[in-house]
Ligand binder design. Structure first.
Ligand code: ARG
Length: 458
């Protein structure tokens, strides 16, 4: 019957069973129980302090809510679909336990500001946790960069060999990306960390509430300044979802490289067995399931952003039931990002680097051709002419099936008479790498500087 509903007063007919199920959110918003109880305790204390409800009632409410918290954590709480969501499940149980006092808790509050509060509290903690997972991954990358500081690999553009680089430089490229991901999340946190409670259903409340006192209890550095905005905005969640999508994009690129690097054609790295699986038909297979799955999960994280953007599109102010759809994409993204980061950090730590394979590949594909051009420029030739001369030398190499280091001085001089014996000092992959010692370059000295900077700046 409608009479078991907290809002049953104006209804005469019971809710259709399927409608009840269809409109309920308890199946997924029960994970907000902790935040809901924490918020309610702060709200009750404020109501008591302001003389809006009796202090004896506040005591009963606080104890009652703490008891409910214990029951939920002990798995001893029956969540009911007919009570729709976490807010009403907890409130109904409270009233059943402590009577009258429980029914005073919702004074000056609405589920609209309550749910906004719960999500903000929840997301705030999750962002902090995701940040610590990012730190773990960054640490693993720094350790790999340090342990393999000297290892040379081919750098690619268009997936074609371009110039030799240090493997450590490549790892540090991801460190830069993940550091920005962290900074983005920290910035997003500023918008999440704002107290919406007090907005009521949409217009505020007639009771003399003290929002600053609630904010203080819940550690919010700021409170919302417009009640309509407070209950109807989810841009803080969208911002998080888009930051998460960018983070996953980075992980997907890294995944792709790890997959490629562990093929038998590349053999640049070996992922430890714990992060791979075998094939049920091909006995030789060791599949890089973990990076493949992280690459695949990027899709759902993008989808979650699109889902909430689309849900919010064109919604009139203030709260609309549509907004109940904010939670599943948000929770799914949080779970996916945390899982992906955690597994990645462990996988990177255990990844083995195959130095000889990388070193061999680094010398292929005329990877030091730019170094010859730069050499000619240092000898006075304009860069375009140098480019042309080296291009011809490369064409010659292709035709003669030779590599750049195999050309004799006489052969070199055929392409430019200003080439001297010192050419041989600058066409090794080591020389090529170490010559790029500007800030942000791939020379060992530059990479070491960046590792130190990140280690100290964290
Ligand atoms: N379960 C609801 C949600 O997640 C809580 C807010 C409901 N407010 C309302 N006016 N029906 O959005």
């Amino acid at each position: 019957m409608s009479k078991d509903k907290l809002w049953g007063g104006r209804f005469t007919q019971p809710t259709d069973k399927f409608v009840e199920e269809f409109t309920a959110s308890i199946q997924f918003d029960k994970r907000l129980y902790h935040q809901d109880i924490r918020g309610s305790i702060a709200h009750a204390r404020m109501l008591g302090k302001q003389g809006i409800i009796p202090l004896e009632d506040v005591e009963k409410i606080v104890h009652g809510l703490q008891a409910i918290l214990g029951q939920i954590e002990a798995g001893d709480f029956d969540f009911s679909i007919s009570l729709e969501d976490i807010h009403m499940n907890i409130e109904a149980r409270l009233s059943a336990a402590i009577g009258e006092a429980g029914k005073r808790l919702h004074t000056g509050r609405s589920r609209n500001d309550q749910v906004a509060l719960d999500i903000r509290l929840y997301l705030r903690d999750e962002i902090v946790e995701i940040s610590t997972y990012l730190d773990l991954l960054i640490d693993a990358l720094l350790d790999q960069a340090e342990a393999n500081i000297h290892v040379i690999m081919p750098g690619f553009t268009h997936l074609q060999t371009a110039q030799p680089i240090l493997f450590s430089h490549h790892m540090m490229a991801y460190v830069e990306m993940f550091k920005r991901d962290k900074a983005r999340l920290e910035d997003c946190l500023k918008r999440v960390d704002v107290l919406p409670l007090g907005a009521g259903a949409l217009a505020g409340t007639t009771f003399p509430i003290d929002r600053e006192y609630v904010a203080e209890q819940l550690d919010f550095p700021a409170i919302t300044r417009n009640s309509l905005d407070a209950v109807s905005d989810r841009d803080f969640a969208l911002e998080f979802l888009s930051d998460a999508a960018i983070l996953m994009m980075h992980l997907s690129r890294f995944s792709e490289e790890l997959i490629l690097w562990s093929t038998s054609s590349f053999q640049f790295i070996e992922l430890s067995d714990g992060f791979c699986t075998g094939s049920s038909i091909m006995p030789q297979k060791k599949n890089p399931d973990v990076p493949e799955l992280v690459r695949g999960k990027t899709g759902r994280v993008y989808g979650n952003l699109m889902a909430l953007l689309t849900t919010m599109k064109s919604l009139p102010l203030a709260y609309n039931k549509d907004m109940q759809e904010d939670k599943e994409p948000l929770f799914d993204t949080i779970d996916t990002v945390k899982g992906s980061l955690k597994i990645f950090a462990d996988m990177i730590r255990e990844m083995r680097v195959n130095e000889p394979s990388m070193r061999r590949a680094a010398g292929l594909g005329f990877s030091t051709a730019t170094d010859v051009a730069d050499y000619l420029v240092r000898k006075g030739l304009p860069f375009r002419d140098a480019h042309e001369a080296v291009g011809k030398a490369v064409a010659y190499c292709v035709e003669k099936r030779k590599d750049i280091p195999e050309l004799s001085l006489a052969e070199w001089q055929h392409f430019s008479p200003i080439i001297g014996d010192d050419i041989f000092d600058c066409i090794t992959v080591e020389a090529s790498v170490n010559a790029r010692s500007m800030t942000g370059g791939t020379a060992r000295s530059s990479v070491e500087t960046e590792i130190l900077r990140v280690r100290e700046g964290k």
